[in-house]
Design a protein around this ligand. Structure first.
Ligand SMILES: NC(=O)c1ccc[n+]([C@@H]2O[C@H](COP(=O)([O-])OP(=O)(O)OC[C@H]3O[C@@H](n4cnc5c(N)ncnc54)[C@H](OP(=O)(O)O)[C@@H]3O)[C@@H](O)[C@H]2O)c1
Length: 330
């Protein structure tokens, strides 16, 4: 079996660490695996003794696949350098997601978009990925007209520092907020990413634009409210959809149960519904609390939970790499 040289760029971050774990777990066919840091001054080793190298102009020579998860401004500089050296970049940052030349891919939803890549493939925002995984089978069946989503996003969505802040503040509520604008322990913040002139946040607008791009349907109305909650890992979402055709609860359960990457947990009488603690460390997107919206003719309510560091970031990127390898799109 052919093996590939892979680089994890931004290897010290929450997503970078998860990428390393997932490549190993899934037995990805790598030959050389470079752990690349964009913020250290000298090469070093991690706690397991793995070599971490500082990014340089020569980093990508001979590298087939670059799994990028630094900040957007860092990807903006280094992804084109990697592509110039023949490396296919799968980028987790927001930098290239809405670039019309760059496919924005969730392998369960639009794998065919990968074939159009010109060197960079974008990984969507974590809250968008889990939502579209669940919406795809419903959209294919009944065409979604409108989505109203409220998110309950874990602190790991803000990276390693977000986790540290919640853990420290939970033990000592006087621990000052630095990553978040207010204390996050015992609290909820209706504010993720920067505010925009239309009074939405950038995170909310990402959910609108990315959903339409991935589902290849600009006619879908999407409105989002994104909230940070004191949960370490896994994002939860309350999603209301309006469809052209009626979807009954039973039909929705049938469609979702057969969808790739989706597990239905829906038995409230026995306290069974998706929970962030249960989803943490898992690969699937969990859907429950499925109800027909009784306020409109063709509406449905869903509760969608998935691990933001895995399906929302690192796993989705590795799945894209697996598709590239499978289809010889490198
Ligand atoms: N977290 C999520 O759920 C999620 C989901 C989807 C997309 N993303 C995107 O993925 C990218 C990375 O997110 P992340 O959650 O991994 O952020 P993070 O934990 O804050 O890491 C981001 C970068 O911070 C740098 N860093 C600087 N000092 C560090 C230190 N002492 N320890 C660890 N890292 C340090 C690292 O750079 P080096 O490793 O280069 O040194 C790392 O790549 C972002 O663009 C984010 O928007 C995140």
């Amino acid at each position: 079996m052919k093996k590939y040289n892979v680089a994890i760029v931004g290897c010290r971050g929450a997503v970078g660490l998860e990428m390393l774990k997932i490549l190993k777990e899934r037995d990805f066919p790598y030959d050389q695996l470079k752990l690349v840091s964009t913020s250290i001054k000298e090469n070093t080793t991690d706690v397991q003794g793995n070599r971490i190298e500082k990014i340089t102009e020569d980093t990508f020579k001979g590298v087939d696949i670059g799994l990028f998860s630094p900040g957007a401004s860092v990807s903006k500089v280094w992804a084109p350098i990697a592509v110039k050296d023949g490396c296919v970049v799968i980028d987790n940052t927001s930098q290239f997601r809405m670039d019309p030349e760059v496919p924005l891919v969730v392998p369960e939803v639009n794998p065919e978009a990968i074939k159009r890549h010109k060197g960079i493939i974008a990984n969507p925002n974590c809250s968008t990925i889990q939502m579209v995984v669940a919406l795809k089978p419903l959209h294919d069946y009944a065409k979604i007209k409108r989505v109203v989503v409220s998110t309950y996003q874990s602190v790991s969505g803000a990276g390693a520092e977000g986790i540290t802040e919640l853990v420290k503040q939970s033990a000592d509520p006087s621990y000052p907020p630095t990553k978040f604008p207010h204390p996050i322990a015992f609290n909820m913040l209706p504010h993720i990413d920067v505010p925009l002139p239309n009074f939405y946040t950038k995170e909310e607008v990402k959910m609108v634009n990315e959903t339409r791009k991935i589902l290849e349907d600009d006619s879908i109305g999407v409105t989002a409210t994104c909230v940070r909650v004191p949960v370490i890992r896994s994002h939860s979402e309350s999603v209301n959809i309006e469809t052209e055709k009626k979807i009954t609860r039973d039909k929705a359960i049938e469609l979702l149960s057969g969808a790739p990457g989706v597990i239905v947990i829906d038995d409230i009488a026995n306290n069974q519904y998706p929970l962030p603690l249960d989803a943490a460390g898992k690969d699937d997107t969990f859907v429950g609390r499925i109800r027909e919206d009784e306020s409109i003719a063709n509406g449905l309510n869903l509760w969608i939970v998935s691990d933001n560091l895995r399906k929302g970031a690192a796993l989705n990127a590795v799945q894209i790499a697996e598709e590239l390898v499978k289809n010889g799109n490198l």
